[in-house]
Design a protein around this ligand. Structure first.
Ligand code: HEC
Length: 124
């Protein structure tokens, strides 16, 4: 019986341990980012609406709404949720693309964009 042969070479053990750490560290971070409003916004909305909600060149050419504007911010959560899930004008609907929880999270994020702009949201 040679017990020695059952031992893995140290290099292999380190590689496996390293891989495990990479896998464990990477997966929760990824899912967390897509579950946050900012993460969803960055990956699905910023192409048209811009990081700050003011709109990119593409967004402006499609007549994208300025998400910081009072016009948008004065709408109720229900109205905006409807626009995001069903689509509006040139904006595609996101229902089926992102889950309800992500729509809620991204809406919360949109509400924070107004606070940084000059048009503060007013209560309906
Ligand atoms: C392809 C470009 C495009 C993308 C991507 C896009 N939008 Fe829009 N969005 C628009 C346009 C265009 C409008 C203006 C629609 C109108 O009023 O005719 C708009 C309007 C809106 C409005 C105002 C709706 C209202 O009822 O007045 C909200 C809120 C909004 N978008 C949120 C989002 C969110 C959240 C995302 C990502 C999940 C997103 N948009 C992605 C183009 C886009």
């Amino acid at each position: 019986m040679k017990l020695q042969t059952r031992k893995l070479p140290l290099a292999d053990v380190l590689t496996l341990a390293g891989l495990l750490i990479v896998v464990l560290a990477a997966s929760p971070a990824d899912s967390q980012d897509s579950a946050t409003g900012a993460g969803v916004y960055k990956s699905k909305c910023a192409t048209c609406h811009g990081q700050d909600g003011g709109g990119t060149a593409v967004g402006k050419s499609l007549k994208a709404a300025d998400l910081r504007s009072a016009e948008v911010q004065n709408k109720s959560d229900a109205e905006l949720t409807q626009s995001i899930s069903e689509g509006k004008g040139n904006m595609p609907g996101f229902k089926g693309n992102i889950i309800d929880e992500e729509i809620r999270a991204v809406l919360t994020h949109i509400r924070t964009l107004a606070a940084k702009g000059d048009s503060a949201p007013k209560k309906k």
